[in-house]
Design a protein around this ligand. Structure first.
Ligand code: F6P
Length: 327
């Protein structure tokens, strides 16, 4: 193993995701196993700029594997987008003799890491932590499984009241630019339709489907809308549908940040543990400026460049299947 790395800093950045704590724990424990000194940066790039860096011992990550959020806190840093901000961040890493960083986050986090590691020649490894599951180079991101389980649980509850009142519910889930959460929530909750940014379901097609359902005496309907959908959010779509189709009483629910919290599922804890562990061992083996992911259940490293620029496509077979099962 390459032994030029002795002091590693780990941080979380961007939107929090359930399982980030399990990843932090795996990083700290694996680093300690390899006799490395491990530091935590508080609040992501903001903390790097402010110099909020503290030593982490193995006991500091006890009793966190089951907790949502991130014990290292997080932020979406505007200052890190400036050259001055990154210079200050670099000076703070130097002051703490940090040899390499492990960044846990999503697209924005790795975009920052990619620029910074090139400017200052600091090795980075990224761990995909975002509920959106929208990163190329990994089948799943940390937090996605918990988020879809939370969403399905919410939709199950909405189903009860929709059924009792014969209502049409538009349920908005997160996923700024991607429909992974919506598609999986839709399939898992048996929704009548899923509106995602990757496909073009028009309002007229949606109404056509709803009419078909009404014709066969469907008592209620659930439509899952990804927030980034082209026709607008759930409220906007509901308004458009209401003007042309008023067979059902229509309601809107936005699940919102509920999906970001809560105790991570076992799937997310195991994924986070594997990725956190492999991030440290990857660094020691000489991996640089790559994101560690899980592809076909195997650890795989993908360059930051690919992870942030290549599109991860939603599975078209799943979209087709969801349509058939909703007939
Ligand atoms: O990227 C994760 C995510 O939860 C998106 O699904 C959502 O659009 C966004 O973060 C919300 O961000 P914030 O919590 O900053 O409003």
């Amino acid at each position: 193993m390459a032994q030029d790395i002795k002091r590693i800093a780990v941080f979380t950045s961007g939107g929090d995701a359930p399982g980030m704590n399990a990843a932090i724990r795996a990083v700290v424990r694996t680093a300690t196993y390899h006799d490395l000194h491990i530091f935590g940066i508080i609040r992501g790039y903001e903390g790097m700029i402010k110099g909020s860096i503290k030593r982490l011992e193995t006991k500091d990550v006890g009793n966190i594997i089951h907790r949502g959020g991130t014990v290292l806190k997080t932020a979406r840093s505007m200052d890190f987008m400036t050259k001055e901000g990154r210079k200050t961040a670099y000076e703070n890493l130097l002051a703490n003799d940090i040899d390499a960083c492990i960044a846990i986050g999503g697209n924005g986090t790795f975009t920052g890491a990619n620029v910074f590691s090139k400017e200052y020649n600091i090795p980075f490894i990224g761990i995909p932590g975002t509920i959106d599951n929208d990163l190329y180079g990994t089948d799943y991101t940390i937090g996605f499984d918990t988020a879809i389980n939370t969403a399905v649980d919410a939709v199950d509850k909405i189903r009860d009241t929709a059924d009792s009142h014969n209502r049409l519910f538009f349920v908005e889930v997160m996923g700024r630019n991607s429909g992974f959460i919506a598609l999986n929530t839709g399939i898992g909750s048996g929704a009548a339709n899923v509106m995602i940014p990757e496909t073009d379901t028009s309002i007229d097609d949606l109404i056509l489907n709803l009419r078909k359902g009404a014709k066969r005496d469907k008592l209620f309907s659930l439509i899952i809308v990804a927030e980034g959908n082209k026709n607008g959010g759930a409220a906007e779509i509901a308004e458009k549908v209401k003007t042309k189709f008023d067979y059902y009483d229509t309601k809107v629910t936005i699940i919102g940040h509920l999906q970001r919290g809560g105790s991570p599922t076992c799937m997310d804890r195991v994924l986070a543990s594997r990725l956190g562990h492999s991030a440290v061992e990857g660094l020691l083996e000489g991996k640089r400026n790559k994101m560690v992911g899980l592809v076909n259940n195997k650890i795989k490293f993908t360059s930051f460049e690919s992870a942030i620029t290549k599109e991860k496509d939603v599975n078209n077979e799943l979209i087709r299947m969801a349509e058939i099962l909703a007939l």
